[in-house]
Design a protein around this ligand. Structure first.
Ligand SMILES: *[C@@H]1O[C@H](CO)[C@@H](O)[C@H](O)[C@H]1NC(C)=O
Ligand SMILES: *[C@@H]1O[C@H](CO)[C@@H](O)[C@H](O)[C@H]1NC(C)=O
Ligand SMILES: *[C@@H]1O[C@H](CO)[C@@H](O)[C@H](O)[C@H]1NC(C)=O
Ligand SMILES: *[C@@H]1O[C@H](CO)[C@@H](O)[C@H](O)[C@H]1NC(C)=O
Ligand SMILES: *[C@@H]1O[C@H](CO)[C@@H](O)[C@H](O)[C@H]1NC(C)=O
Length: 320
C-alpha cells in the first residue's frame, strides 16, 4: 500500500526490485487490479489539508487525511466483498483480508506542507511552528492503520527542497541565502528540522505500537549527496530542470514542462526534454528525473540510509 507519495518513481523501482507488478491507483476506475496493493498517492499532496484550491496553489485536494479515508473505504469494501458469494471476478482483483497485515505501508509526504507555507509567505519560523501539527497528523494516521491491522511501515523523510528549481526560482525566499552548492541553506535546514521531528515521531510510534516494524529512510541524505556531488556520480547541472523554459534554472513558474510559452510572438510547446535526461537530476523543476530516482533508490534499497539498517526486502519483518 502506498500513501502520500510525492515521488512515485521511487516506488515503481521498489515494485520492480521486489518483482511485483506496479500498484493500481485507488482512483483508477477501469482496468485496476489490487491483488498486490493499492496506490493512494497523488501529485502535490500535503499532510495537512490546505485552505487553498488546486487551481490557486497547485497543491492536491487529496491531502493525507483524504488518502486515509480512501484507504479505510478500500479496506472495508474488500472485507465486504470477501464475505459475499458469487464474486469470483472481483475477488481475483482484490487483496486477501490477511494481506492488510502483511503489506508494507509506504509513505513519502511532508515536503509540500513546508513549501505550501513558504509560498503563502509564512516565515521559516512560522513554518517551523507548524511542524508539530504536521507530524501530529501523520502520527494519527499511522496509529489508525496499525489499529486496522497494519504492521510494516516504510517512511521516507523529506528531501533538500532548498536545491530544487521551483523553490530557487522564487523570490524573496532565496535572497542572499544561497550556499556554495547554489542551494538555499535555511530551507534545507527547515527540511532537516522537519526530519528530526518526523524521526522523533517514528520513535514515539515504535513505543506506542509494539508490534509495528517501522523503517525510517533518510532520503534527504541520499538526494543531497547526489545534488552536491553530481559530477562524481555521473550527473551534471544539478540545479537545472531538464524540461522547462528560461532563467538560470531552465524553469518558469508560469510555463512548466508540457505548457505553452510565447517566444518572440510565436507559441511554442515547452515539451522538449534536455539532450540527455540520463545525466540530469531534475526533471521539470519540481520532480527528479527517472535516472536520479533510480540512483536514489539504488542507494536506499540495501538499508544503508535506513533506521534500522535493513534492506527493503526485509522491511516487512520486525527485527528483534
Ligand atoms: C486552514 O485553516 C484552519 C482554520 O483557520 C486552520 O486551523 C488550519 O491550520 C489551516 N490549514 C493550513 C494548512 O494552514
Ligand atoms: C489480478 O492480478 C493477479 C496477480 O497478478 C492475477 O492472479 C489475477 O488473475 C488478476 N485478476 C484479473 C481479473 O485479471
Ligand atoms: C507573497 O509575497 C509576494 C511578494 O511580496 C506577493 O507577490 C504574493 O502575492 C504573496 N503571496 C501570498 C499568497 O500572499
Ligand atoms: C527572439 O528575438 C530576439 C531579437 O530578435 C533574438 O535575439 C532571439 O534569438 C529570439 N529568440 C528565439 C528563441 O528565437
Ligand atoms: C548499498 O548500496 C550502495 C549503492 O550500490 C553502495 O554504495 C553501498 O556500499 C551499499 N551499502 C551496504 C551496507 O551494502
Amino acid at each position: 500500500m502506498i500513501l502520500g507519495i510525492i515521488s512515485i518513481f521511487l516506488l515503481t523501482f521498489a515494485a520492480e526490485s521486489l518483482e511485483l507488478p506496479y500498484l493500481s491507483a485507488y482512483l483508477d476506475a477501469l482496468g485496476s487490479n489490487f491483488t498486490h496493493g493499492a496506490n493512494f498517492a497523488t501529485a502535490g499532496s500535503t499532510i495537512r489539508p490546505q485552505n487553498t484550491t488546486l487551481h490557486q496553489s497547485g497543491f492536491s485536494p487529496f491531502s493525507f487525511n483524504v488518502q486515509w479515508y480512501q484507504f479505510n473505504d478500500f479496506h472495508r469494501r474488500v472485507q465486504n466483498f470477501r464475505t459475499q458469494k458469487d464474486n469470483e471476478v472481483f475477488k481475483s482483483l482484490m487483496p486477501k483480508t490477511e494481506d492488510f497485515s502483511r503489506a508494507l505501508y509506504t509513505f513519502d509526504i511532508g515536503q509540500n506542507d513546508l513549501t505550501a507555507g513558504l509560498f503563502q509567505n509564512l516565515t521559516i519560523r512560522q513554518v517551523r511552528e507548524s511542524v508539530t501539527d504536521i507530524v501530529g497528523q501523520f502520527k494519527t494516521v499511522i496509529k489508525d492503520i496499525y489499529n486496522q491491522g497494519g504492521r510494516a511501515f516504510w517512511v521516507h523523510n523529506t528531501g533538500p527542497f532548498g536545491c530544487l528549481p521551483y523553490v530557487l526560482d522564487r523570490q524573496p525566499i532565496t535572497s542572499g541565502q544561497v550556499d556554495k552548492y547554489g542551494c538555499v541553506g535555511p530551507l534545507n535546514q527547515l527540511a532537516r528540522f522537519f526530519n528530526r521531528r518526523l524521526k522523533e515521531t517514528v520513535d514515539q510510534l515504535r513505543e506506542n505500537l509494539p508490534k509495528a516494524a517501522i523503517t525510517y529512510v533518510d532520503i534527504y541524505s541520499a538526494k543531497y549527496t547526489l545534488i552536491t556531488q553530481a559530477t562524481r556520480n555521473g550527473f551534471n547541472h544539478p540545479l537545472r530542470a531538464c524540461c522547462g523554459h528560461g532563467g538560470k534554472y531552465n524553469y518558469n513558474a508560469h510555463v512548466g514542462c508540457g505548457g505553452k510559452a510565447k517566444i518572440n510572438g510565436t507559441e511554442v510547446l515547452v515539451g522538449k526534454a534536455c539532450a540527455d535526461p540520463t545525466v540530469i537530476i531534475n526533471w521539470d523543476g519540481v520532480h527528479y528525473t527517472q535516472a536520479a530516482n533510480k540512483w536514489v533508490f539504488d542507494q536506499i534499497v540495501n538499508g544503508s540510509f535506513s533506521d534500522p539498517p535493513i534492506p527493503l526486502g526485509s522491511a516487512c519483518h520486525r527485527q528483534i
